[in-house]
Design a protein around this ligand. Sequence first.
Ligand SMILES: C[S@@+](CC[C@H](N)C(=O)[O-])C[C@H]1O[C@@H](n2cnc3c(N)ncnc32)[C@H](O)[C@@H]1O
Length: 309
Amino acid sequence: MTQRRPPRGGGKAHRFGGGWTTAKLDVLAKYLASYTTALKDKPSKEHPFRKGYIDAFAGTGYRDARRDDESSQASLLLPDLAEKEPQDLLDGSARLALKTEPRFDRYVFIERSAERCAELEALKTEFPDLAKDIQIRQGDANTEIQDLCKKDWHSHRAVLFLDPYGMQVEWKTIEAIAETKSIDLWLLFPLGIGVNRLLTRSGDIPASWRRRLNLLLGNESWYDEFYRVERTRTLFGEADHVVKATTETIGRYFNERLKSVFPAVADEPRVLRNSANCPLYLLCFAVGNEKGAPIALRIANHLLTKGVQ
Ligand SMILES: C[S@@+](CC[C@H](N)C(=O)[O-])C[C@H]1O[C@@H](n2cnc3c(N)ncnc32)[C@H](O)[C@@H]1O
């Protein structure tokens, strides 16, 4: 059932794995197993819910190399060499979810690329026992998630993984997820790879970048949090200069935003760094339902701070 099958199209993009990708997927896989184990004996009379896994940036099912630092840079520098190397295809988030034991009742894979959706379709052949419970939705993650969140979640629980390359996630999508009160969220927040790059040193930010930041962060309050004016003495008298927030401050701000809509949020999201030790993403976790919050948070905190890598 779980035999490895090389991807048909776009496979060359899915060949390596960097340290931070491994860390991210390890945390996810371990959480999924804990989650379905904890809910194993349900549905019961008290908890008549079915459990789902939703992957809103699903990829192909195999690990995506494009963000893995050293190895993908090497493949860009030496593409011929890289293509001839034996390729160790590693599981991406979708396959990890399908391999999770005990199993989920339902799997929803959202992916914008038609080619990658075709790869995801092939997973049904590979996991025939699960095929009827796999739904693949080609489309934009924000639109699809907001649509899913409008449904009646009364008898459902889910884990949702938001793993974008950059700043694609909109705050209103995060609000919609929180409003279901049923979905645990793992999210890669584009700390260094997105937000920090758009925050210019001077504080003069082009209108299109501001709009992008507003969509991601939900309002404009970030500007005053991320920039302050300091007055210093110079040889020629006093002068004002703008001080930009550190990545720690940016990360803390976003985590506080999550806390404003979810019943519980992991206090120490994992900072995912490249080989030069630069922070790329924050791996954040938020709990959907108040009742399950203590145990979910305990597991997530353990995985984020001690459990893996
Ligand atoms: C980082 S990869 C996902 C990797 C995947 N989670 C894994 O572990 O294998 C991001 C994926 O999101 C897709 N994507 C990009 N923008 C999207 C959008 N707005 N809506 C849905 N999918 C999108 C890309 O085609 C790509 O396959």
